[in-house]
Design a protein around this ligand. Sequence first.
Ligand code: ADP
Ligand code: MG
Length: 240
Amino acid sequence: MIHMEHLYKSFGDLEVLKDISLDVQKGEVLVIIGPSGSGKSTMLRCMNLLETPTSGSITVCGTEITAKGAPIREVRQKVGMVFQHFNLFEHMTIMKNMIYAPMKTKKIPKADAIARAHELLNRVGLDDKADVYPITLSGGQKQRVAIARALAMDPEVILFDEPTSALDPEMVSEVLDVIKELAKTGITMILVTHEMGFAKEVADRIIFMDESVIVEDAPPEEFFNHPKSDRAKKFLSKML
Ligand code: ADP
Ligand code: MG
């Protein structure tokens, strides 16, 4: 589903990704963990070209998005993204948030987009909020809408960048529960999170990043029970 080869990214003199190579299989749930500033968000953002890599290549669903003249807009439609700060359109109702991109970029007829939106809002337990504005929702509810909205584009892969970091503690579990349900559907997911219990439960594979490189790449049992590097051991001892 995603293939990265020798990816580098710098911001000026700061090298943020160093020689990252990674394959993510269809249906896989990959969790990325690591200290703040290690390059996790930048790597995720490279996957749908919100950041342009300095060098190296990325292939998404068989299309090399880093190639000149790549059909970037088409590929982006296949890669959903959920951010820490929800990024809902504040001046649109929840329903409008849900149908805007499918109608505009996928040319889905309005009636179909609305029907699908109700289905997805139901799935995250928020169909009764279709006609309200985001400001009336709690953080947890906003994030559940953001997840439903990403799904409305029928993505092949969905990227989550610390989806619960901005939430009050009592709202974390309602969002994690939605993500866990989603993981069971077999959609390919890549998640950055600091929720270690959740990572252990939901991940097929863990990637640990530190200082711009992938330090470990292992199944969750192995990573959490027998981390190989001192850096991972140190990180885990602080988190658990
Ligand atoms: P993480 O998500 O692991 O916390 P990031 O990928 O956000 O790490 O950031 C990695 C490093 O790159 C940090 O030092 C951060 O300050 C820097 N960085 C991220 N985005 C930019 C940017 N747009 N311009 C300059 N520096 C950036
Ligand atoms: Mg980040």
